[in-house]
Design a binder for this molecule. Structure first.
Ligand SMILES: [Zn+2]
Length: 225
């Protein structure tokens, strides 16, 4: 299977299908099949695995990025403390945002191979999901989900791309799963040229800073995703 730059960067979703039982969530057919099989087997073990976020469009990621860059949406540091982007330089703001948010066009959520998961059954009624390390850690409400995934997700082709041992300069996301072989097909399409083209053609906040950071973005954030 080969994909276009538009599919790589969240500007075309024609390669995706709705996830059975969760029709508003889109994934590649193979990722959807693998996830459904994993979800069924987990249910037999008494563990509920539900999608929170699957495909996300370029436009949506751009809105998130621009809001954060302009200070209209909170930016958090590596200990979940709010960062005042008004006191930072453009380059510092870019690094602060990248800790928890991908550059538009280079989110793994554009591919349909990655998804954030939670467990409905483990959430008390009215619980507001936050997607934090506390929730998914050994003392968190989703600890049984994390433990089940630790043991079994590889059997279905999934791994966690954002963890301490992944050698990436971004936060650990125990809730973010990726279908390894499906994602690999997108990873190999990313080049410095694609990053420069997408940054150059988009209405992204901080564009002048980003244009001077293409090599760093490629080496430190994107190639390792
Ligand atoms: Zn995610």
């Amino acid at each position: 299977m080969t994909y276009t730059i538009e599919q790589l960067t969240g500007q075309d979703q024609s390669h995706l299908v709705p996830l059975e039982g969760f029709e508003k969530h889109l994934l590649t057919p193979e990722t959807a099949r693998a996830f459904s099989a994993m979800r069924e087997d987990a249910a037999r073990d008494g563990i509920d695995i539900a999608p929170v976020s699957c495909f996300r469009s370029f436009q949506r990621q751009l809105e998130i990025w621009n809001d954060k860059y302009l200070g209209d949406r909170p930016v958090y540091d590596n200990r979940n403390r709010p960062v005042n982007v008004g006191t930072l330089t453009g380059v510092e703001t870019v690094y602060a945002i990248l800790y928890w948010s991908a550059l538009p066009g280079f989110s793994r959520h554009h591919w349909g191979t990655d998804l954030d998961v939670a467990s409905q059954k483990l959430m008390p009624e009215g619980y507001q999901l936050q997607l934090t390390s506390d929730e998914y850690g050994p003392d968190g409400i989703f600890a049984p989900l994390t433990a089940w995934l630790d043991r079994h997700m590889e059997e279905y082709g999934f791994f966690r791309p954002f963890t301490d041992d992944a050698h990436v300069r971004v936060g650990t996301e125990l809730w973010h799963l990726s279908h390894r072989s499906q994602a690999a097909e997108f990873e190999r399409l990313i080049s410095r040229e694609v990053i420069a083209k997408v940054v150059g053609e988009s209405q992204i906040a901080g564009k002048s800073c980003l244009k001077g950071m293409i090599d760093e973005l490629y080496d430190d954030y994107i190639i390792h995703l």
